[in-house]
Design a binder for this molecule. Structure first.
Ligand SMILES: [Zn+2]
Length: 427
């Protein structure tokens, strides 16, 4: 990360000569998110009060000088958000090179990748040039920022791998607010450019299951699984019922070893709706009942061929959509990360840049959990992420840390006192 941060061009006159390097501001911002600091001010005060912190920041994040909280905001605000994409691509290629991407393989058609939007800022007064605005001409305009996220997931696997999120923000020369659907066009364009050989099965909610979106997804040769509610797919449901009356629709059911009953009703090659008759989808209706009688019902459309052999797999892929809602967005808002917290809004790109740094911190932690035995042992020792973040912050605050491995070993061995001096290992 430190190497990528150093490549981001300095926007200041004279390239920031004799000033705090932009690299140090970016890595300080990342440290705030990664160490789950509640505010920039607290970080700033801690750095001033506890000189060991500077040693620790240097050892763990490569930071030599820490700007004050307001200076940090001023330095991060003008950076064009696209420069942060490199964090995501370099972390992704690390996972790829290490061979661990294979752990996410699920469908032959490609990696399962849920896509969804979420808000990370809303205010009636604070705003910037990138804010979208509800009721702009009223007395009470509402300013907001959202983003469109995409993660690689695998059913049954805890970790998720987010790709660079696409900001849903005011676009230059746009006559109306940006939205999830237009952000999707940019997300797919950026993803296919940065990962030209990556095959994906995109997983969407009902908002996206229409002709134009399916055409867009297929134009990149991606596959899809999309929720298709009856209220928004009247003609699709009628067409399936019509086919059913002619015995063209298949049914399949089984009870699994945990006592859950699963029912499937499916048919391949139906038009998504009347206005896009040439957009054919495979329709999968699903009901499950738990041993305690709890019912789950959903319907998806997909381009993956549905057979008795494939329906359960497609259903599990469809249900993995919650991994972006719950295991990604909810985690980023409630589990120590502060995606919705206002660290400072700025005038240009600050709010979006902070959201990107939060996502980057989350991705680093996910990769540590996936790939680092020391992190896995430390997590097992602390039993929960919240307890682990607390332990990391505690050691960072009060001891001189030489490296991440020293810090994690101290947590595993519960001998924080063993961290005695700054050593040169900063791996
Ligand atoms: Zn804004």
């Amino acid at each position: 990360m430190s190497k990528e941060a150093a490549k981001i061009p300095d926007h200041r006159p004279n390239n920031g000569h004799k000033k705090i390097p932009l690299h140090d501001a970016i890595m300080s911002g990342l440290a705030v998110m990664h160490l789950k600091y509640p505010s920039l001010l607290r970080f700033d005060e801690d750095c001033k009060e506890k000189p060991d912190k500077l040693n620790n920041l240097k050892a763990l994040y490569g930071v030599e000088q820490v700007p004050s909280d307001s200076h940090l905001r001023d330095m991060l605000d003008p950076i064009e958000t696209r420069y942060f994409r490199k964090f995501f691509t370099s972390l992704f290629s690390y996972v790829q090179r290490s061979g661990r991407l294979k752990q996410f393989e699920y469908f032959e058609e490609g990696y399962l990748a849920p896509v969804d939007g979420t808000g990370h800022f809303a205010s009636g007064s604070i705003n910037c040039q990138e804010c979208c605005v509800k009721k702009p001409d009223s007395k009470n305009p509402q300013y907001y920022h959202q983003l469109l996220g995409m993660c690689l997931v695998r059913p049954g696997k805890k970790e998720v791998l987010p790709l660079a999120p696409e900001p849903i923000i005011q676009q230059v020369d746009a006559s109306k607010n940006d939205c999830e659907k237009t952000a999707l066009k940019r997300l797919l364009e950026n993803t296919s450019r940065e990962h030209p050989h990556l095959k994906l099965v995109l997983n969407f909610d009902d908002l996206y299951s229409d002709g134009p979106t399916i055409r867009l997804v297929k134009s990149y040769n991606y596959s899809f699984i999309m929720v298709a509610k009856d209220s928004s797919h009247v003609s699709l449901y009628e067409a399936v019922d019509e086919l059913d009356a002619r015995d063209k629709v298949s049914r399949y059911e089984f009870t699994d070893e945990d006592g859950f009953k699963h029912w499937f009703r499916f048919v391949n090659g139906v038009s998504i709706n009347k206005s896009h008759k040439d957009v054919l989808v495979n329709y999968l209706e699903y009901v499950s009942v738990s041993p305690k009688g709890k019912k789950y019902v959903n319907t998806w459309v997909t381009d993956i061929e549905l057979t008795e052999e494939s329906v359960a797999k497609v259903m599990r892929g469809g249900r993995a959509k919650w991994k972006i809602e719950n295991e990604t967005f909810n985690t980023l808002k409630t589990q120590g990360y502060n995606l919705e917290h206002n660290y400072g809004h700025g005038k240009e790109h600050l709010a979006t840049n902070f959201a990107n740094l939060t996502f980057t911190a989350f991705l680093i932690d996910q990769i540590e959990q996936l790939a680092c035995p020391l992190f896995q042992k430390a997590l097992a020792a602390k039993k929960s992420k919240t307890a682990l973040w607390h332990a990391i912050r505690g050691l960072f605050d009060w001891f001189l840390i030489g490296s991440w491995s020293d810090l994690l070993k101290a947590i595993i061995e519960e001998k924080s006192i063993c961290i005695k001096g700054l050593i040169s290992d900063t791996s």
